[in-house]
Design a protein around this ligand. Sequence first.
Ligand code: HXC
Length: 262
Amino acid sequence: VSSQYENILLEQPADGVGQITLNRPKALNALSTPLFKELNDALQKFDEDPSVKAIIIAGSEKAFAAGADIKEMKDLTFSKAYSSNFIQLWSTTITNLNKPTIAAVSGYALGGGCELAMMADILYCTSNAKFGQPEIKLGVIPGAGGSQRLIRAIGKAKAMEIILTGKTFSGEEAEQWGLAAKTFPSFEELMKGATGTASIIAGYSMMAVKAAKEVVNQSQELPLSEGIKFERRVFHALFGSQDQKIGMEAFANKTTDIKWSH
Ligand code: HXC
């Protein structure tokens, strides 16, 4: 499958798990437009592929991604950026997938790399991963949601300091501050952990998984009372699914080998 792409690799490391590995090693996985087009295409295909139930986005041991491609952006003008709505394309596919995504971050996750990791549903990293929003050093600011998502994850105090100073923070700090769900001591452990979690998710009803992802993500958009109402409505809707009957009957009958319909 991977052969159609030049900047990413595809694999299925476990049953139901699709993995996309960013693969521009010479540029520390700098996120060029061709790379992003391929990433979006692969994400869309995995989202539609019934053999994939959870998606991992990974980089190399040295770099998840060192940011947007600075060499590509260097000569961009306001009129080109505005008329092409530069960067908007980045987040539309990944944030509109139905299936859950796990970002597995090792090494650098800077600028657009940090922003990409924050677009995933779950963020795992190595303890010495290097996160940051260094755009200020280039005379610009985060442009792919960094200022908004970092604040929601770690609060204004720390996010403001990081964005204004451009200083990096470690994977360990990312976990302590609530940006990362878990840290791992090595790249190998990270990839094993991400695959393990993706496999657990892949073993559940896809209907329930997609509903869970959707309601959790809505919490970032809606006021609490609206979010709670939305959650309750989706919860009600699942009683119209076969998988609710299958799951609850299996519990009542003490069956552990559950065959979900979705
Ligand atoms: C283009 C990049 C790059 C980037 C690294 N490279 N980051 N190319 N865009 N973001 C290239 C280098 O030019 C170099 O190519 C090769 O990758 C290896 O990088 P080195 O700098 O030689 O490696 P090292 O000394 O190990 O330093 C690693 C590093 C440094 C600390 C990560 O590369 C760095 O500071 N990169 C830029 C990080 C950054 O500012 N990111 C934010 C970008 S702005 P050659 O050809 O020389 O070997 C951004 C905006 C987002 O992301 C907003 C909207 C999307």
